[in-house]
Design a protein around this ligand. Structure first.
Ligand code: ADP
Ligand code: MG
Length: 253
């Protein structure tokens, strides 16, 4: 018997925003799974529902948005059926972590980087030598330990993006959702961040859900790619196949 090691399974997920002008079906019946050490790329144009999908996986859809249907299975559990307290204590950051779109601009300007990393560890009652853990976390993302004593405004965009990745990885999650992790960075830095994520994926045995509007960025990280269009995955296949032989007109374009 072959044992299928499903790391993440999304089943018939629907997320709607209930606005005064009607409902927006941001995620409209999406299903996919990632198995073994696979990573997936979610690619689509702006407003196709990518960020809403990423937020739903970590139960962070904001009102007026609501998950109206579906299952999200991680570690054999449907995360949508867990209580808030259980999810926040046992799953968020520990099993599933996220780098939200634009996260590097939401670093708190009045605290040093070390304080922001330490706060996460304290919140989750991590034990150990905080200074050493912080240095290691910075080293993992290719930053010098001197960054710990700096404030966000003293760092470049690429450095800030590395810091938010370090924060997401602090509790060694099984799954990392990275929503447009390189937008607003210049091309050279984009490539550096992608290489970093590729390296971390291999070293940490972590599954990455990489969200982007730029398909050229992800072929090296994503083993398979789902093309999103108007809330649906209109094409899902291995990266190599999709890039050589795209079927859907949107992908071809
Ligand atoms: P993407 O990340 O692909 O750009 P989003 O998930 O941000 O797409 O948005 C998907 C759709 O949901 C869009 O039509 C967007 O306008 C809508 N949407 C997103 N957030 C909200 C919100 N807070 N209220 C109403 N509609 C929203
Ligand atoms: Mg988005």
């Amino acid at each position: 018997m072959r044992i299928i090691d499903t790391r993440l399974k999304v089943e018939n997920l629907r997320v709607y925003y209930f606005t005064s002008r009607g409902k927006v079906k941001a995620v409209d019946d999406i299903s996919f799974e990632i198995i073994g050490n696979e990573s997936i790329g979610i690619v689509g144009e702006s407003a196709s529902g990518k960020s809403t999908l990423g937020a739903a996986i970590i139960r962070s859809v904001n009102p007026p948005g609501r998950i109206v249907q579906g299952k999200i299975i991680v570690n054999g559990k449907n995360v949508l059926e867990l209580t808030d307290s259980y999810f926040n204590r046992e799953m968020r950051w520990k099993k599933i972590a996220v780098v939200f779109q634009g996260a590097m601009n939401s670093l708190d300007p009045v605290y040093r980087i070390s304080d922001q990393l330490q706060e996460i560890m304290q919140e989750h009652k991590i034990k150990g030598d905080f200074e050493q853990l912080i240095y290691q976390a910075l080293k993992d993302v290719g930053l010098d330990k001197s960054v710990a004593n700096r404030y966000p405004h003293e760092l470049s965009g690429g450095m800030k993006q590395r810091v938010v990745i370090a924060m997401a990885l602090l509790l060694e999650p099984l799954i990392l959702i990275a929503d447009e992790p390189t937008t607003a960075l210049d091309v050279l830095v984009q490539a550096q961040i992608m290489n970093l994520l590729k390296k971390l994926k291999a070293e940490k045995n972590m599954n990455i859900v990489m969200i982007t509007h730029d398909i050229s960025l992800i072929s090296e990280i994503a083993d398979k790619i789902g093309i999103m269009y108007a809330g649906q995955i209109v094409e899902l296949s291995s990266s190599s196949e999709l890039l050589i032989n795209p079927k859907h007109p949107y992908t071809q374009a």
